[in-house]
Design a binder for this molecule. Structure first.
Ligand SMILES: Nc1ncnc2c1ncn2[C@@H]1O[C@H](COP(=O)(O)OP(=O)(O)O)[C@@H](O)[C@H]1O
Ligand SMILES: [Mg+2]
Length: 355
């Protein structure tokens, strides 16, 4: 479609140019046809002919850019309209008029609770999550497992208030998250997800994004815990090394470690790991899980994954299937009950034994 539009634009621009030239030449010819007989009849002097021809050419010089100007005007108006469309859309979520104060940062004193939460991205489409209730209580580790598309990341989007539930309530420390200022709420939740966004900035700049006022020693500590110290040391310019588009390219494992270091720096009391080790080879995943353990210490953690590794460390596991919780319990309990969870574990072990 873009191709077609571009083709049309080129045709229009070409026609304009051709029309311009045609008009200019016509004017010149008319002049010559009218004026030459006059010169021959000695009604006007020969030099005026050259002079008039130049005047005609010069007059076109002035109007020629007009066509282009109109085209540019059209472009600008269309771009402006698009901008207004963006700024005029209502935000998905509203800030509270009188937000609650931020709960003070006492490590391990944070809980997150979903109560009968229903949600659909589009009102005319089916619900993506149905009647979800669970609690990640203070200092606990809860895992949500399920196939891709089950609605796991949607729950994270809801907890961060990128959308609000259609029905039900999400609570932080007992209060509806809609009562907190958005910035405060998001400041309390550290997220390590599958894709880590790197900005076109230095390594240090990318880390400081999590907490701009962090000191050098805090950065060093975070790097140590995320097992990045050796990697940074071998970089040509250490923390000043440029990453992103024009700089250093990081491997999947390195990016995830950077994300972990960011979360450590942010030091949020609630932690969400959304497929934090997906797409990594088993060796890298293994060492990263150690770094993640460090991160989870003293934090209330929600772990989201479709890979069932180290599940025995979780306080509770919820099995999400097509937006509903089908099973819940500890690793032991779920294995014994012989349901969906056990099938998922067996399937994964089967795949592992093949490789
Ligand atoms: N921004 C969105 N707009 C519309 N539908 C979405 C959006 N994000 C996810 N979905 C749909 O919601 C369902 C659940 O997606 P998701 O929560 O990402 O699952 P999971 O994280 O378990 O793989 C999928 O069918 C997906 O297509
Ligand atoms: Mg997901």
């Amino acid at each position: 479609k873009l191709d077609q539009i571009q083709q049309r634009m080129a045709v229009i621009a070409g026609l304009q140019q051709a029309l311009n030239d045609l008009l200019m030449n016509l004017a010149l010819w008319s002049l010559l046809i009218l004026a030459i007989p006059l010169v021959v009849a000695k009604a006007i002097a020969g030099v005026y002919l050259a002079f008039l021809a130049l005047v005609i050419l010069a007059s076109f010089e002035a109007v020629q850019p007009l066509a282009e100007a109109f085209q540019k005007l059209g472009h600008s108006v269309a771009a402006g309209e698009r901008l207004f469309k963006v700024t005029d859309t209502n935000p998905q979520v509203q800030e509270p008029a009188a937000p609650l104060p931020v709960p003070s940062n006492i490590p391990g004193r944070f809980s997150l609770e979903f109560e009968h939460v229903h949600f659909a991205y589009q009102s005319n489409e089916g619900e993506v999550v149905h009647d979800i209730s669970f609690e990640v209580s203070t200092g606990k580790r809860i895992a949500i497992v399920g196939a891709s598309g089950a609605g796991k990341s949607t729950l994270v989007n809801l907890a961060l208030r990128f959308w609000d539930p259609d029905k039900g309530t999400i609570r932080l420390n007992g209060y509806d998250i809609r009562q907190y200022a958005l910035g405060d709420l998001r400041g309390l939740i550290g997220v390590v997800s599958q894709d880590t966004y790197l900005f076109n900035d230095s390594m240090r700049g990318n880390l400081l994004l999590a907490r701009p006022e962090a000191s050098d020693s805090e950065i060093e500590q975070a790097l140590e815990q995320a097992q990045l110290t050796a990697f940074i040391q071998q970089l040509p310019r250490g923390l000043a090394t440029w990453v992103g588009e024009q700089g250093l390219r990081l491997s999947g494992g390195e990016r995830q470690r950077l994300a972990i270091a960011r979360a450590l720096l942010k030091d949020a009391p609630l932690l969400v790991l959304d497929e934090a080790t997906a797409n990594l080879d088993p060796m890298t995943e293994h060492t990263l899980l150690d770094a993640l353990d460090m991160l989870m210490q003293g934090r209330t953690t929600l772990v989201i994954t479709h890979r069932l590794v180290r599940m025995e460390r979780m306080d509770e596991i919820l099995v999400l299937d097509e937006g509903s919780i089908r099973e819940r319990g500890t690793h032991e309990q779920l294995l014994r009950s012989g349901g969906l969870y056990q099938q998922m574990v067996q399937l994964q072990e089967g795949i592992l034994s093949l490789t």
